[in-house]
Design a protein around this ligand. Sequence first.
Ligand code: NAD
Length: 252
Amino acid sequence: MELKDKVVVITGGAGGLGLAMAHDLAAQGAKLALIDVDQAKLEQACADLGSVTEVQGYALDITDEEDVVSGFKFIVEDFGKVNVLINNAGILRDGLMIKAKDGVVTDRMSYQQFQSVINVNLTGTFLCGREAAAAMIETKQAGVIINISSVAKAGNMGQSNYSASKAGVAAMSVGWAKELARHNIRSAAVAPGVIATEMTAAMKPEALERLEKMVPVGRLGQPEEVAATVRFIIENDYVNGRVFEIDGGIRL
Ligand code: NAD
């Protein structure tokens, strides 16, 4: 799919990796519908991108079904179509499932801590995927849905919630590839490793150095490298149902 004049929806598009994708795709002539729960960041992102392309912000919470349904209706009203969805919004709420000392359980991951991550990362991805697919079909467009998973899909200590959500996102992408191809919609996932973002910039230098040593290529990934992978998937019409690991080999 050529990106010029295509309408790309990016969830979590106001910051971090989503914003890097927005800049990358805008440079190719894509029009952008950015969804984010953070209104202030969204306004800033739209102001920055406004000189490059047509861009609209939609301040909504992807865990809220009504918000998502009406958000996609507004996007179709504003742009007339949807061609690409990048399901990128995600959160972390790390913690051990059980903490214990000397045979005494001192803490448990709460239901809320587990469920909040599932709600945003998995349920939110499902809701946006469902509405985007409906919009693509109804506006008679070829479509691409890309879900952002994580290297954590393999299962990480202290990430019961996050790992489960990201494994679910990877599996759902493959399911959608099978289910939606008949409607001329492709689906794939990107599973980044540790990418240099505000989160990693805030880490202690020693911790960051330890982390870098765990990556076979010896460095963290850059947001632009994730964005380039997303663009590759959009532009290559024979890519379908694949989970692309962009992680410098940290999974090995
Ligand atoms: P980030 O926190 O910088 O950005 C996430 C964006 O999502 C924010 O702008 C936030 O406001 C938005 N958001 C959160 N909850 C939302 C909700 N309920 N509704 C709408 N918007 C919501 O995160 P990031 O580091 O850019 O990560 C982006 C994606 O990449 C996430 O899915 C994350 O799990 C995944 N990922 C990141 C890394 C990394 O190293 N940064 C590695 C692997 C996977």
